[in-house]
Write a protein that binds this ligand. Structure first.
Ligand code: ADP
Length: 735
């Protein structure tokens, strides 16, 4: 029993122990399992961490790699930049050193910190001049060591001038002339950091060239001067005998000659005139070539200026029976500012050409206002002819020098081919334009347009008004254009006009209309003017007849015979026509032009005009007296200036003609002497000179001359000058 119990006890204990052990085991196993689970979770999270860290590491690694790459690029770039800078520095240094011009940099304290050899070369003998020197010291060396030419300045003044230059806000360049021969233009700049950059521009060669150029220019000017003086002298010398030749030939033509003799005399006269034109053209061209085309604007009467030129050329037109017509725009101002002489020259050439190249028909000069500008009036002047015309191809060339349409071989017209070239240059100098329209065989129209400052109102237009009692005018003329121009202006003045072309018609008109005035053209083709006058005297004996004439002398005879009331040269000036028909004021005093000395009061008791002519050349004396033959004058001759003064005292002449180049006392001195004498201040003195240069003519005018006639003298111009300066109302052609 006890055994049994013991065993079962043992068993039980063992079972309990086993059970405990099993429970323990189970607990430990669970704990182990839990620990394992935790371990696993930990390991899992660790592995995650590791993975993340690895990724991070790898990212960091690649970043590091990238940075490493960048770093090496940066250092590579740095290296490249460094070498570039080095290269640039080298280049800059080499460039600065090889500069022909001096280059230097001073720091803000004006101490030299960079300089090139060219700069230093200016101070070759001054070793002090090197890096580190102060600007002021450098300037002092220049001034006190006699390095630089100071002109009239003292060294101290010059130093302070150079120092204050650098103190200025903008440093002006300065030229330095070194005594060793170099010249530089110093261009200094203040840099942003306060440095001064100084460039010494070598102008030595440039100044040498400049001096050479000035020298060459002076020599060229002297040569041109000599050429012009030679030409002027030649022209003077040629003109003196030409005066005898042309004058005598002109007089010879007017004598009783047979056809053959007349032909010879006319050829001499025409050739002489052409020679004068050639001399004038060449003289003018040479002056323009030397750049001496200066304009002398003055207030002129435009209508009168154009008219004067046409009157001067009228004899040539009359000889060819070419009608000269002036159409001056009635609304155009007449006082304008321009160079009278040059405008006359332009018109003389254009109208002269028109007459030269026209055998039948007319030459019409129109002046038309084409608008106002800020500076004056735009004016178109046209010269229209019915001559030979110019082909389209030739129209392009005629304005160039020495160009003529005709070939040398078939040359029919005289000329130099310079006239239009000179005209073009004058018009261009006046700021205008010139053009031509032409058709071969039909005619040409040359035009110039000019902008001319106008002076005041329509003085000329308002000056003379037609007598309001003149209500109707009959115009008898063959020229349609002339008739229309006159009719248009008369109609604008409120006059009724009728026109007729031939005697029968005119008589019918007269019978019908009984006009207040008749305007009769001297050149009628159907009947001589005298026949018409007889008809008029029969039908309307009391109607005043005004004759428009190309031959004034013939008309004067008719006037003296009281067959006509007045004679007007063609082309006529509107104000003269008004005076001739009857001006409202009753007299024509306003017609006395500005520029023409005031007419002195008429001296009715005077029989003859006392004229004194001072001229040393016998031939010229003869030409002069013959040209004035037949006029009512008492001519006294003087052989030099001294005699002229003496004759003036004795005779108190009405008009004096004065040669300029005379022995003993020249024309200028004589004029001055006469002007100082009692009664001498106002006597008209007209110079007759072989000088044609403007400067010379100006010098002549300056001594108190009233007008200048250039030799060779032209009979028409001479008589016109005499008429212009005779006491007003004096009739030179009277019986
Ligand atoms: P020239 O002294 O020969 O007249 P210009 O220079 O005045 O010289 O004229 C050049 C040329 O132009 C003339 O030779 C002529 O052939 C031509 N010409 C000029 N004006 C006219 C005109 N009104 N009618 C026809 N031809 C003209």
């Amino acid at each position: 029993m006890s055994f049994q119990r013991t065993f079962s006890d043992d068993l039980a204990r063992e079972r309990r122990a086993r059970l405990r052990a099993e429970r323990l085991y189970e607990q430990v196993r669970r704990e182990l399992l839990a620990a394992n689970e935790r371990l696993k979770a930990h390991a899992f999270s660790l592995s995650h961490q590791i993975i993340a860290q690895r990724e991070e590491l790898s990212a960091v690694r690649s970043l590091a790699e990238a940075l490493k790459g960048q770093n090496s690029k940066v250092s590579e770039d740095l290296h490249t930049a460094h070498s570039h800078v080095k290269l640039a520095n080298t280049r800059l240094r080499e460039a600065v050193e090889s500069l022909i011009d001096g280059f230097a940099v001073f720091d803000a304290n004006q101490v030299l910190i960079l300089v090139n050899p060219a700069y230093l070369r200016l101070f070759e003998d001054f070793p002090e001049m090197r890096l580190g020197i102060r600007y002021k010291r450098m300037i002092e060396i220049c001034a006190h060591e006699g390095l630089v030419k100071l002109d009239d300045q003292s060294p101290d003044d010059w130093v302070s001038m150079m120092m204050s230059r650098w103190a200025a806000e903008v440093i002006e360049p300065v030229e330095l002339h070194f005594n060793h021969g170099f010249s530089v233009r110093l261009i200094d700049r203040r840099a942003e950091n306060g440095d001064f950059v100084s460039l010494a521009n070598d102008i030595t060669k440039m100044l040498e060239y400049q001096a050479e150029l000035i020298d060459a220019q002076k020599r060229a000017e002297a040569a041109a001067e000599a050429k012009s003086a030679f030409l002027a002298n030649m022209s003077h010398e040629i003109r003196t005998p030409m005066n005898g030749m042309v004058g005598m030939a002109q007089l010879l033509v007017e004598t009783d000659l047979d056809d053959e003799q007349r032909n010879y005399a006319e050829t001499i006269s025409k050739s002489g005139e052409s020679l004068v034109t050639i001399i004038n053209d060449i003289l003018d061209f040479s002056n323009m070539d030397a750049g001496r085309l200066e304009l002398r604007p003055e207030v002129i009467d435009l209508e009168k200026t154009i008219h004067d030129v046409m009157i001067m050329l009228a004899p040539a037109a009359r000889d060819k029976r070419v009608e000269l017509i002036l159409d001056y725009d009635m609304f155009l101002v007449d006082r304008v500012k321009t160079d009278r002489g040059r405008l006359r020259q332009v018109l003389t050439n254009l109208v002269g050409n028109a007459i030269k190249f026209t055998d039948t028909g007319y030459v019409l000069v129109r002046a038309i206002g084409v608008g106002h500008t800020a500076h004056g009036q735009m004016i178109n002047l046209t010269v229209e002819d019915t001559g030979i015309g110019i082909s389209k191809t030739n129209q392009d060339h005629i304005f160039t020098e020495f160009s003529q349409v005709e070939e040398m071989a078939n040359r029919r017209f005289e000329g130099t081919g310079l006239g239009l070239a000179i005209t073009r240059q004058i018009v261009a100098a006046m700021g205008g334009q010139i053009w031509v329209e032409s058709e071969e065989g039909i005619g040409s129209c040359f035009g110039i347009s000019l902008e001319l400052p106008s002076d005041g109102e329509n003085a000329g237009q308002d000056m003379v008004k037609l007598d309001p009692s003149i209500k109707s005018v009959l115009i008898i003329s063959d020229h349609l254009i002339s008739r229309e121009i006159i009719a248009r202006r008369l109609q604008a003045a409120g006059v009724t006009t009728t026109t007729a072309t031939q005697i029968d018609a005119s008589m019918r008109q007269i019978a019908k209309s009984r006009p207040d005035r008749v305007l009769l053209d001297q050149d009628l083709s159907a009947a001589p003017a005298e026949t018409v006058l007889s008809g008029l005297a029969e039908h309307v004996p009391d109607t005043p007849v005004v004759m428009l004439c190309s031959d004034l002398l013939a008309a004067q005879a008719l006037r003296r015979a009281k067959r006509i009331h007045a004679a007007l040269p063609k082309p006529m000036l509107w104000r003269d026509l008004v005076c001739a028909l009857g001006a409202s004021a009753g007299d024509c005093a306003p017609c006395a032009e500005a520029g023409i000395p005031a007419h002195r009061p008429p001296e009715p008791q005077r029989e003859e005009l006392r004229v004194l002519y001072a001229e040393d050349n016998r031939t010229n004396q003869l030409v002069f007296s013959k040209m004035l033959k037949g006029l009512k004058l008492d001519l006294t001759l003087a052989e030099n200036g001294r005699q002229a003064v003496a004759r003036f005292k004795e005779l108190q002449p009405d008009v004096i003609f004065m040669d300029i180049s005379m022995p003993e006392m020249d024309g200028r001195e004589a004029t001055q002497a006469i002007r100082a004498l009692p009664g001498g201040a106002h006597v008209p003195i007209i110079a007759c000179t072989a000088h044609a240069l403007r400067d010379e003519i100006d010098r002549i005018m300056a001594v108190g001359i009233n007008a200048v006639l250039t030799k060779p003298l032209n009979k028409t111009e001479l008589i016109k000058a005499l008429q212009d300066h005779a006491p007003s109302g004096f009739d030179l052609t009277g019986p």
